[in-house]
Design a protein around this ligand. Sequence first.
Ligand code: C6P
Length: 412
Amino acid sequence: MLDAARLRADFPLLQRLENGRRLVYLDNAATTQKPEAVLSAILDYYHSTNANVHRGAYGLAIRATEAYEAARERVAGYLNAWATEGVVFTRGTTEAINLVAGAYGRATVRAGDTVVVTAMDHHSNLVPWQILCQEKGATLRMVEITEDGRIDLSDFGLALERNPKIVAFPYVSNALGTVNPAAQLARLSHAVGAVVVVDGAQSTPHLKVDVQELDCDFYALSGHKMLGPMGSGALIAKPQLLETMPPYHGGGEMISKVWDDHSTYNKIPHKFEAGTPNVEGAVGLAAAIDYLARLGPDRIAEHEQALARAAIERLAQIEGVTVYGPRGPRDHRAGVVSFTYGDIHPHDIATILDQDGICIRAGHHCTQPLMRRLNVAATARASFYLYNDLEDVDALAGSLVKAGALFGYVPA
Ligand code: C6P
């Protein structure tokens, strides 16, 4: 396992006490804390380099542009993108998927076509496709999940019989922790001629991702879930697809020539980056990637999976607790543990844990169709990252037992 105690020292916020207790931050699927290296990269950018990018002819503006474009290369390298110009900076996964639905989807999906999503998709990888299908008169086909929270491969096969134009799915479920067989799903989808969109919000921070090996067509990620700043993220796409797509947003920098009544557009990726971009976000994301690359994504995955297994074992010993998501092989679940405790409302659980300095998320996790299939309105969710350790698992289990006692589940 990683030396989490040493890593914690890199994160200023994790040095703070919460309600007088050691801060146990277990809401990493929502957003992660930021190491000093990321914070100082942002500060350093503003201290030494800040100017608008791709616009100025003076030295400072050129250096700002270089920093921005170096960040793009860093993202491309970390995910083995098809080409650096296939990396479009966005505000995060949500904007990246909306870009694909709004530009690629709008241009290619017609009435009567099918778009495939899954019942475990986050609203960000569902609602944009709903909007597109409603606008076009296309069918949205939702693939069911198995009892233990995996994509039902036989239903996936049935959905593909409709020869969908687009197939979208999450690599890792934010609500269940399921690691989906993304390369297999992409292969099956390509065999029927579909374009594949992978929601990588929860995979990029936690797994080694190689988009070329995955062989998807579009891959979306959020910087803030991988130690980077809020409002940073990217769409990684096959450049030939980006070339054929109409623009998404109109404005500065995405144009080549503007006439009174029409415009021609800039080359990719700039065609999709209208307006002043989030340069500090890109610079911070590059610093985050440096940090993750130093540790190694495989070691990070192993560390989190070990913590999730330990947490599931501890929670299984508490009568009344139900853990959702896959059991089976260890690499089928990331460091996310979603659970309910009898009829205690997940919000009550989160509030009680908070008193012990433990941060978890409670709610539907922006996956309402999934919650319906689990027959719950909400779950409590602990999600681990590289700076968590077994002490955090102990704290979670201990505080849950206390919550149970308060609600009459176990003797006080
Ligand atoms: N999930 C969670 O607590 P943005 O907000 O654009 O950075 O990411 C959206 C998103 C898309 N897909 C998946 C699988 C996600 O988990 C998320 C964000 C957070 O689970 C906030 S709802």
